[in-house]
Write a protein of this length. Sequence first.
Length: 619
Amino acid sequence: MRALNSFLRHTGGNTLMMFGLFLVPVTAVIGFSIDGQRAFNNKAQLQNSLDAAVLMAAKEYYADPSLTQAEREVAARQAGNRIFQRNHLEFGLGDTQPSIAFEFDEVGGTVDATARSVIKNFFGGVLNRNTTTIGANAQAAIGGNKRLEIALILDNSTSMFRSNRMNLMREAAVNFTDTLFERYGHEGIKVSVVPWATTVNIMSEPIAAPSSMPAGGTLPPAYGSRTVPAAPAVHPWRHTQNPFTGQALTRQSDADNLFAPTTWRGCVRAAAGEREVSLTGTVKTPLTDAFPGHKWPLAIVPPKLEPYRYNRSSCSYNCRVVDSTQLRADPWWSGGAANNYQPKAVRAGIRPDYPAQAQYDYYHSNGWTDPNGYIKTCLADPNEFAYLNEGGRVCDYRPTDNGSSNIFPWDQQKAINGPNMNCPSPMLAASANRAQVVNKLKQMYPAPGGTHADIGLMWGLRTLSPRTDWTGFFSYPTDTEPAAWDDPEVIKIAVLLTDGINVAPGNFEGYYGCTNRTEQTYDVGYPEDHDDSVGCWRHPDIQRLDKTALDNLMLDSCEQMKSQYGVQLYTISVDINDSTAISYLKQCASSEADFYNISSGEIGIAFNSLLTTLVRISK
């Protein structure tokens, strides 16, 4: 600094001349950078505004068939101008009033639009350029664009907590949805949402009436809005069976009682014959949109329970007693492989010489038994919103990960327990209600267990299906069902976003079961209990359950969606470093241009690019 001050105080002519010559190019570089960035930002906003305006003009052109061609052009120009000027007032499209012009070609069936605006340069004097003119061009098909039916198939595994991915994905998906409804209106767009991890939640809420009204409100944290989902129009228990006995359920309470102390949240396992994989990992039967011929087993994660053991008092031989009638959770079992919730209130099973309260104070911490000597029901799943809202008890001996036993807030991957512990939020079938789609995106929360992209794809296909089995299953109101697969006026689109390789669950059963086939140390405590000696349940049709099998299931799902049903498939790979996984997701996409390999910070950019593509292909 002292040297610089000395230089600036120097009065020699050569020194001042050198400094002046040095200052001019530096200022020019800085000025060019600042003014260039302003021009770039304004041009991008001008293009977005023009895209929206030309779509509105094209849509308005044939809105009133009684008008003459000249009258249609006037109405279309006015509609396009309204959108364009509204964006100018909201965002600013340069420093002067932007101009916009429309040209209509009824024979060619297109409307072309151009826009121009002028930006004042901050450093115009230095650069000898006081203004910059920016322009944009856009085209749309007159008479309306093709309608879009889009399935958002979004990874909701707990790895989405990392690098703020869950928040970034939610924000991008909400902005994507809002922009679609702004551009196309509820008459031209339907969106389904399929959250997935190792299973899916089929408790889809009733489809709301079509509407382009925004949802309002702010975006929630990574754990979602924590709102209790709306009950489905027709409860899906009719399509399910007991996972232990294979018996079809006869009433909703059959499902809810199995999930005590809470209720069945809506996740299922694969039905018999739904998907088949050989010992080599080959997919035996290609994916179709056929309705399964068998019922789905309820997706329950059984608790780790143990019998009560104690010694008889005043006894010298065979004194050890094992009481298996009143099973209770093991409070010492902790970590990621634990699921030690207490499904039923049971007698304490006290020793004659040891008071129940004192006994369970020792084993379970103070106050764990109630005054009458019962162990109270509990679970430790932060996503049991209804149970917790009604005062449901959280287990005092929560499982631990890295020394932390606090399940609230659910803002990072940690061990939790409960019968629905790996169940994501419910899916939403294809809806033309903007607020409903956005609120569904706000509900999403990460679920533990693993990554099964194929089940997200399979159920995404089902939300787009016009098959009457599925339109009845999702209870679509009359005339709101998805269009026929071959409808020339509709484009079916699926967007798959994931942040990881396919991973089978080790200890907690997902859609196809889990991989731990060694003897288990838990007993679920129901008369219909499965055989613990063979390990956790695995679907008999899935003879191999590993990354190879799951990759093949995903690739088959993608191929059938594209080739058999004409779905335009886009895939988004987020923060994936595995070259094989990246290659498979690229194969899944309809073309290389429809595959995005990005970092978490680029999720919003990917969705914006996708929007531009949809505008182009819907002409």
